[in-house]
Structures are given as C-alpha cells and as structure tokens.
Design a protein around this ligand. Structure first.
Ligand code: XMP
Length: 519
C-alpha cells in the first residue's frame, strides 16, 4: 500500500503546540489564513520529535489558567534550544517566561476581555503596529520578570510584561490572544511573525493545496479504480471533485438517494456531478426501500439505525458491480483527525452517527484528500474546483435526513409536507440575506395536531416548527434572533402554501439544554 505524501513534506510547516484549552485549532486556522501550513501537536512532544519534523516555526498556544496549577503542562525545555522560531501566546508566553528563568506571579486580579495595550518596543514582533491598541486578554497570573536575554515589548495596566522577546534566541511571546477577532491587529502580528521573523514564504494557497492533493492522490491510487459515496454534503462532494481532478475516469461515485433529503438536493447532486463535473455516477433511487423499512417505526434511535443499515446495504449492492475497485474516498477533515488523536496514524473510517459511515469489513484502502484541511479550507477548495455555491455552503445535515425531523412515523406524504415547508424556510432566509448568519435553519414536523380556523372552516391539522440556530461547532448553539418580519413571512407562506399545516411555531431553545435537531 502506498502512503500519500503529507502536506508537511511539501510545505514549510508551523507546529501549533496544544496545551489543552481549545485555542490550538483556532491558532492553526489563523496560521493557515496567513498561507502557512500548520499542524497541531500535543504538548508532550519531545525535542527529538520536533527536530525530526523540521518545522519552520512553532506556536505555543493558550492553555490552563495558570502555570502554577499542579500538573500544569510544560514544554520539553530542549525545544527552546533548537533555534526554531517560537511564538508563545497567553499560557505559552507564561511558559516561555517561567521555563527560561523569568518570573510569573501568582494570582492578582488578572485581565479578561478587551484591554488597552501599549507597545514599548516596536522593533520586533510589533513592527508597523500602533503604539496603543486593543487586545483580547484572558489571564490570571502575570509575567513579572523577563528571562535573561529577553526584553519586555508591551505593557497593559494589569500586566507589566504583556509581551517579551529575544530575537537572538528567536523567541517572541505575547500575553494576549492575537488569534481572536477581538484583537484587531492580531492577524497582522501572526503574519509578521511567520513571514518576516520566521521567514516562511506564504505558499499555502488554494492553488497549491489542490496541486499537492492531486499529486498525493495520483501517487496513492496509481491506475486503480476508486469509488466514493456521495451524500450531497460538502465534504464528500469536495473529496470526490478532488479525486476526479486527479484520476478522472478511474473514479465512480455512488449516490444513494434515500428520499429523505431536502427538496431539490437529490437532483442537484446528479446535475452537478454527472453533467457539470462529468463524473461517472451511479444514482440509486432508493426512496421506496427506505419508506418501506421505516413504516410503522417511531423510535428515533431505531429510525437512525434503519436508515444507516439500509444505506450501507444499498451502497454495497451498487459497489458490488465494481469488482476492480480498490480504493474508497472518505471526506475525513483535519478536526476529525485531531479528535481521534491520530496525527499521522492509520486511517480509520469515520463512523460517528453518519449515514456515510461504512462497515469496517469492507476491504478498501481509504483515500482521504481532505485529511489535512479545516472546513473553511474545504469550502474554498470546492469553490476553486467549480462546485456550485449551494453545495459548497450547504448547512450540516443529519445523515438520517428528514427522518429525524419528522416526529413519529415517516411516510412519503409527511416527507413531502416537510420538504415543502423547509424549502420556504430556506427561501425566506435567503431572501433576507441571512443564510450564512445561521449555522442551520430548517423545519420540523411534529406528530401532533391542533385546532385552527381558515376562512370559515375549522381546521385540525399539524403545526410546523421552525428551528434556526447559531453555533461555532454544533456542540453548543443558541436560537437565532431572526427578525420578526422574516419569521412572519415564513409563517404566512407555510400556512398558505403547504397543505395540512395550520400553525407555525419558532423554537427558542438553546443547546444545551435542547439539541439542534428534534430527534
Ligand atoms: P444535535 O441534534 O445533537 O446535532 O444537537 C448536532 C449536529 O449534528 C447533526 N446531527 C447528525 N448528523 N447524523 C449526522 O450525520 C445524525 O444522526 C445526526 N443527528 C444530528 C445536526 O444536524 C447538528 O448539526
């Protein structure tokens, strides 16, 4: 089996050391926005491991509240001696100070949120930046003395040493968070560190990412046949388009149309891939089989299981005709790789509650062209490859589809009703220009009826629940404060246009305690 070359073999790489407080991912993304390839590594990395990876720079991320906490993570001190440019951020800055012989005072009042910073030495990290600027702080302890050979370069009211550096040792550090949008000059600071102080050329661009992946896919696949299950979602779509660019007709896509997608999405997948991308596509119209399997089933977990298992069976049937296929494309993203703890480790099939999750006994080698990419990069690659906006910017959608947005039994009639109402929700949101302001927006069809009056007639019909949330990562979410007039037009259009609906409610529950979906 050939291993595809990793981006780190081709691009100068900035390692982002993770001290376990969720700052690392955002920093890694910001580094990439500065067109430098980044990888997240655990803080337990040793100097020997760093040397072997030959990074062009290292960023130490934020971490726990205090370097004085018992068991607070440390960095292998030899890493400071390697001569690799280092930028310490927040906790990372305190570590630099503490581990190299300076002093970090315990406690005090700390600083949280927007803070005024004064640059006292603009010759290094703060070059070309205003002397007075706003930064985002979140720290409890403070650096009180810089290590020998270092000098302080900025102060705030609460932090006498808000930044420090030793250009001779190639180490720079800031107490604030340059990676957050509340620090207006933060990205400029990161760029200056990467491009000028560390001297890394800005080569991580969409064109070069695509080139590198195309090369890697070709090296892995050779002239073998590759198959890909398309779900209609952005990840599998972009992965397929990349593989197609690399090996053209060696790729066959399988699209299992469950009949549980949103209105128009099935047709769009076929249209995009077959007509525009000219990818060989096996389109399995399987709605009847799904409805049959779901008849009479009301339990949410049971529904999920039925949809997932049937999807796999149908995919296997379709793929069975492609006996020579050796490779299977998976749209695994970098955050999945980090979460499963496997930097370079063996590929594992993404199985978490997704219909795209395929059985482990399938004897395919995996092709994972998005394995090094964050979601926003995947979207940009998709745009660059000419995929339509509707696919590239598609909202997250549950694998079991509308089956988990219909409370109770799933029938073709209920799916048609929900698709209709859901299309109106999307249209009205788009008309208000709010599509990208929300994480997800959709309609839910509950299994209840209520009394209403339309014209002179008494009605007894189903309601539609409109759900719209804002979120960063779906782990937590807040209900979207949609303007009343947008909600009003959704409501009146749904009631006027969708037969069998006589009431519309808006879900104003955040997550937690609610979930985003209703089932
Ligand atoms: P919840 O409802 O748990 O959803 O707040 C969090 C995110 O996950 C999506 N979701 C699913 N995705 N299969 C999937 O592939 C599922 O069974 C499933 N259930 C929820 C949901 O749309 C939201 O983005």
């Amino acid at each position: 089996m050939s291993t595809p070359p990793a981006p780190s073999e081709r691009f100068p790489t900035c390692l982002v050391v993770d001290f376990g407080a969720q700052y690392a991912q955002l920093i890694a993304r910001r580094v990439r926005e500065a067109h430098v390839y980044s990888e997240i590594v655990p803080h337990s990395i040793t100097a020997a491991e760093v040397r072997e990876r030959r990074p062009a720079a290292i960023v130490l991320s934020g971490g726990p509240r205090s370097v004085h906490v018992e068991g607070a993570p440390r960095l292998d001190p030899e890493i400071y001696e390697l001569g690799i440019p280092i930028l310490g951020i927040c906790y990372g800055a305190q570590l630099v100070a503490q581990q190299l012989g300076g002093e970090v005072a315990r406690g005090g009042t700390g600083e949280y949120g927007r803070t005024e910073l004064t640059v006292t030495d603009g010759s290094g990290l703060f070059a070309d930046q205003p002397v007075h600027q706003t930064v985002w702080m979140s720290h409890f302890d403070g650096i009180t003395r810089v290590p020998e050979g270092f000098r302080a370069t900025a102060t705030t009211d609460g932090a006498p040493v808000a930044a420090l550096e030793s250009p001779e040792r190639r180490i720079w550090a800031v107490q604030h968070h340059p990676e957050v949008s509340h620090t207006p000059f933060g990205q400029q600071l990161l760029r200056h560190f990467l491009h000028h102080l560390a001297g890394i050329p800005p080569t991580w661009t969409m064109t070069s990412i695509i080139e590198q992946q195309v090369e890697a896919i070709r090296a892995q696949v050779g002239d073998a046949r590759v198959i890909c299950a398309l779900s209609g979602g952005v990840d599998s779509a972009v992965a397929a388009a990349l593989v197609h660019k690399a090996v053209g007709p060696q790729l066959t896509c399988v699209f299992v149309d469950t009949g549980l997608l949103r209105r128009g999405e099935g047709e769009q997948v076929v249209e995009t891939f077959r007509r525009h991308q000219r990818i060989e596509l096996i389109h399995v119209r399987a709605a009847d089989r799904f409805f049959e399997a779901l008849a009479g089933v009301t339990d949410p977990e049971h529904k999920r299981k039925i949809v997932g298992e049937l999807f796999i069976r149908i995919f296997e049937e379709a793929a069975g005709g492609l006996e020579d296929a050796r490779f299977l494309v998976q749209g695994t993203l970098y955050p999945d790789v980090i979460e499963s703890g496997g930097g370079d480790g063996a590929a594992t099939i993404k199985s978490h509650h997704n219909v795209g999750g395929l059985p482990e006994d399938m004897s395919f080698e995996l092709v994972e062209p998005l394995r090094a990419l964050f979601k926003d990069e995947v979207r940009r690659v998709g745009e660059e490859l000419g995929l339509p906006e509707e696919i590239v910017w598609r909202q997250p959608f549950p694998g079991p589809g509308l089956a988990v947005r219909i409370i109770g039994e799933v029938t073709p009639e209920k799916v048609a009703t929900l698709q209709h109402a859901d299309a109106i929700v999307r249209e009205e949101l788009a008309r208000a220009g709010l599509e990208r302001e929300v994480w997800q927006a959709f309609a839910v069809l509950p299994d209840i009826r209520s009394v209403g009056v339309m014209g002179d007639e008494r009605t007894y019909a189903h309601p539609i629940i409109v759900r719209a949330v804002t979120s960063e990562d779906a782990m937590t979410a807040d209900w979207a404060r949609l303007p009343y007039d947008v909600l009003a037009s959704m409501s009146s259009r749904i009631i006027n246009e969708v037969p069998g609906i006589n009431r519309v409610a808006y879900d104003i529950t955040s997550k937690p305690p609610g979930t985003i979906e209703w089932e």
